[in-house]
Design a protein. Structure first.
Length: 396
């Protein structure tokens, strides 16, 4: 009879639902791919990786500092003057594009006509049209320079960066917003102060800039013309450049951003901002209206715990990945509740471990890519293996 069959199916569905609920919170699981990326050609080495992004073709874009700190130049002895080694090694071009298999398929970067190449790049973003955006976050230490369109071997300390750059995927210059060394504050409509990250709203034609290391705001420009639109500070209030003092985990939450180090746009119209030295992520609407916040690893001092974020690729963007270069891991949060459900990695030099993990990106299959700054100088890939039980909970 048909009726018993329906009953059995109904019972089975009910049992499965009960079992799924009994399993409790879920989290994505991953397996390190130790052979990604492939070895770089031409004896290239990465400098400190400051940004990782994934485009619509699942190609992975990396920007790095290109040069090396003065005390570590022996790591790239073929680039010293005179070279101390015959073959190894030289800085890679500062912008690299990898295919899904981990092969370098494009490279460019460095000074060129009509724009100011960063003294030290910040994050990288690729918009829906395939254009590449780079935040200029210097100055850093004197560097050997990129090996793209040119090099800057001068050891002189440069003026502070204060701009973002837009290029085609082939490296053709399209737009610059701001200029290095321009006096500004957190209310300027024309100038930036060491911006750290970019996110592009292709539908609205807007670029959101985390500004940055010397300012305390999110500022929005037209993505085609660079014209100013709006800005806001912590909790959606007016930013204030006054001294907020050192971070104290026992004190009341600071009303201002300390270092807005990332900005990302979700599909449901929200803006996620890393407030790095406050150990928090604040969430806004596109107009700057504050929605909610969460604190990650509250007791972290120094550079803080929230460096960069990325979303899982499912339609609901269920999970939020938070790169933490101080605690050397990637926190995995359930985006709706902002609760920690698992982590990726730990501190160390071995494969799957981190030193200065400062950037994170996700491809359409859910694979996670990380970039390590400071002396980490590498990119790693963690392959998505499906959902499993939640394995971590952040104490707050």
């Amino acid at each position: 009879m048909v009726r018993p069959r329906i009953g059995v199916i109904g019972v089975t569905v009910a049992v499965m639902t009960t079992l799924m609920r009994a399993q409790g919170p879920q989290a994505p699981t991953f397996q390190l791919d130790p052979f990604w990326p492939r070895p770089l050609p031409n004896h290239w080495l990465l400098g400190s990786v400051t940004g990782v992004a994934v485009d619509a073709q699942n190609h992975v874009w990396v920007v790095h500092r290109g040069g090396v700190s003065l005390h570590a130049r022996t790591e790239m002895s073929a680039a010293s003057n005179p070279p101390t080694a015959q073959e190894c090694c030289v800085p890679a071009p500062q912008v690299l594009r990898f295919d899904p298999a981990g092969r370098v398929v494009a490279q460019w970067g460095g000074p060129g006509e009509g724009y100011d190449w960063p003294q030290s790049p910040g994050a990288i973003a690729v918009d829906a049209k395939g254009n590449v955006w780079i935040a200029a976050s210097g100055p850093g230490e004197p560097q050997l320079g990129g090996r793209g369109r040119g090099a800057n071997p001068s050891p002189a300390t440069p003026p502070p960066d204060g701009h973002v750059l837009k290029f085609s995927s082939e490296g053709r210059f399209l737009l610059q917003i701001g200029k290095p060394g321009r006096p500004a504050d957190s209310h300027s409509t024309t100038a930036l102060r060491r911006p750290t990250a970019i996110a592009v709203d292709a539908v609205a034609g807007e670029i959101f800039v985390a500004d940055g290391l010397d300012s305390r705001r999110i500022v929005v420009f037209d993505s085609e013309t660079g014209h100013y639109k709006r800005h806001w500070g912590g909790y959606g209030a007016k930013p204030d450049d006054g001294d907020v003092g050192s971070y104290d985990p026992a004190a009341a939450p600071a009303k201002q951003f300390r270092v807005p180090s990332c900005v990302q746009l979700s599909k449901d119209g929200l803006v996620y901002v890393c407030d790095r030295r406050n150990n928090r992520i604040q969430v806004f609407r596109r107009d700057g209206t504050f929605v909610k916040e969460t604190v990650v690893a509250k007791s972290t001092l120094g550079e803080g715990s929230t460096w960069s974020v990325a979303f899982s690729p499912d339609p609901q963007e269920r999970f939020l990945y938070v790169a933490d270069g101080s605690n050397q891991k990637v926190w995995v949060l359930e985006r709706g509740s902002l609760n920690v459900v698992s982590t990726i990695g730990s501190g160390g030099r071995l494969a799957g471990q981190f030193y200065g993990v400062g950037s994170v990106a996700v491809d359409s299959s859910g694979n996670v890519y990380t970039g390590e700054t400071y002396e980490g100088k590498r990119v790693q890939r963690f392959v998505f293996k499906g959902l499993g039980p939640a394995t971590a909970k952040e104490e707050r």
